[in-house]
Design a protein around this ligand. Structure first.
Ligand SMILES: [Zn+2]
Length: 449
């Protein structure tokens, strides 16, 4: 049961076994040094470098936020990329801009890399774009005390800043030399270009050259007010159900006329509801069209039918969300079986699609969170437990999660993403940067076996 994995410290046998798996994975990631109990001199130096930089870090954030980079504002997205490129180049990263095909209408992505041979190969993930296009009425930047309101301050220019400032601190103590780090800043996270396989090809390729991935989307607090880490995110996919009946006189329904497309569609959807509901799985039939004639567009359509005619066609469109590949396979298999169990005189077929693959809460992801949480505690910043996966929408980390141990939600604290009230808590920049720098430092020091 994957859903057991992210509930920590169970006292049940399963819980103890799970904890054992996590610790074993942690040791695989880190070796015995994972169990170090206090900060080293280098790590303390990292923290003070980060603390000293805070005023300058905030002005770098302001600079980035004042550049409008709505996904469709391609020059704006590129300008934010150029700003980060300058910073990363100064830290010894080789940077390149990846163009997307013109037909996709997206700005492209910034990729930065430091080659080395020491420790884990680390992938850091951010995005350059925001949901606020140039005509947005939202004020780009407005500071009120220890908060900043503005376009993409928390989602996720604050998170991007955490990446850059953590790397800057590592550079300041000489800890980047020999480390193997890639940074991918997507230019179209908020409105991904089509086809997605092309839009995310570079990110996936970077993941295949990495051992772990850290993503810096906004940090979410749990009900106890603790910062959390995201070790699982549900897939975003969907299905289209197409049903056919035999058109005929309504007086023959239930007999030689069969049951018609409407009853068959209703049978299938209701069987899904009765047989498939389980934790972490949802589906939402959102659009249904049925009758003797239908026209279906992306999110709308039209239908015609007469009371005295058995309907011959129906289409249902739905989303479908699941947490693991296993849950996907099992659910799709069961759905196909239900679909195939036709009422007399009907036929039906179902097609699935998947925009964002699932990020399953694996033992490896939990081990990464354990490492992060330990570092946070040692720095006096408190433990960081896992966020239940149902509480986040889809994100870029899901494209890399099938290939590497992954952790998301390591950005800044804030609220109101995508809204006029989007806000960032300024002190969280320092806190998240310290945690990120410590984790990158520890991962990059590990000797590969
Ligand atoms: Zn985001």
């Amino acid at each position: 049961m994957p859903s057991m994995l992210y509930r920590s410290r169970k006292t049940t046998l399963l819980g103890r076994l799970t904890f054992g798996i996590v610790m074993a994975s942690l040791l695989t990631i880190l070796g015995q040094s994972a169990l170090a109990t206090e900060l080293t001199t280098d790590e303390k130096a990292l923290i003070s470098a980060i603390q000293k930089r805070q005023p300058a870090a905030l002005s770098l954030l302001e600079q980035s936020v004042r550049i409008n980079s709505g996904t469709m504002n391609l020059p704006g997205v590129r300008a934010v990329g150029a700003l980060y490129e300058k910073e990363l180049t100064a830290l010894g990263f080789a940077c390149r801009w990846v163009e997307m095909p013109k037909t996709m209408g997206r700005a492209g992505h910034l990729i930065a890399e430091r080659k080395g041979s020491r420790g884990k190969r680390i992938l850091l993930i951010g995005h350059l774009d925001t949901v606020f296009e140039p005509d947005s009425p939202v004020v780009p930047w407005s500071r009120q005390g220890q908060q900043v309101f503005g376009q993409g301050v928390a989602d996720m220019k604050g998170g991007n800043l955490v990446i850059i400032e953590a790397l800057r601190a590592l550079s300041a103590i000489g800890a980047l030399d020999g480390a193997q780090i890639q940074v991918v800043f997507s230019g179209d996270e908020e409105l991904v270009g089509e086809p997605i396989a092309v839009a995310r090809a570079e990110l996936i390729a970077a993941a295949k050259r990495s051992d772990v991935a850290l993503a810096f989307e906004i940090s979410v607090k749990n009900s106890q007010g603790q910062d959390t880490g995201t070790i699982g995110r549900r897939a975003a996919g969907g299905f289209v159900l197409e049903v056919a009946g035999e058109q005929g006189h309504s007086s023959t329904i239930f007999g030689k006329g069969g049951y018609g497309a409407v009853f068959e569609a209703a049978r299938i959807i209701d069987s899904f509801r009765k047989q498939l509901i389980e934790p972490d799985l949802t589906f939402n039939p959102a659009l249904i069209l049925a009758g003797t004639e239908i026209e279906v567009a992306q999110t709308s359509g039209s239908a015609a039918g007469k009371d005295n005619v058995i309907p011959r066609t129906a289409v249902i469109k739905s989303d479908l969300r699941y947490l693991t590949a296993e849950q996907r396979e099992r659910t799709q298999q069961k759905m196909r079986e239900i679909v195939a169990d036709h009422l007399p005189g009907t036929k039906a077929s179902i097609q699935f699609d998947e925009a964002y693959p699932p990020m399953a809460p694996t033992a490896g992801n939990q081990a990464l969170l354990a490492l992060y949480s330990t570092a946070s505690e040692q720095a006096g910043l408190g433990a960081v437990p896992a966020l239940p996966p149902g509480q986040r929408g889809a994100g870029d980390v899901q494209f890399v999660a099938p290939y590497v141990d992954s952790l998301d939600g390591l950005g800044v604290n804030g609220a109101g993403s995508h809204s006029p009230d989007e806000v960032l808590d300024i002190p969280s920049i320092e806190k998240s940067t310290i945690r990120a720098a410590l984790v990158i430092y520890r991962l990059s020091k590990v000797e590969l076996k």
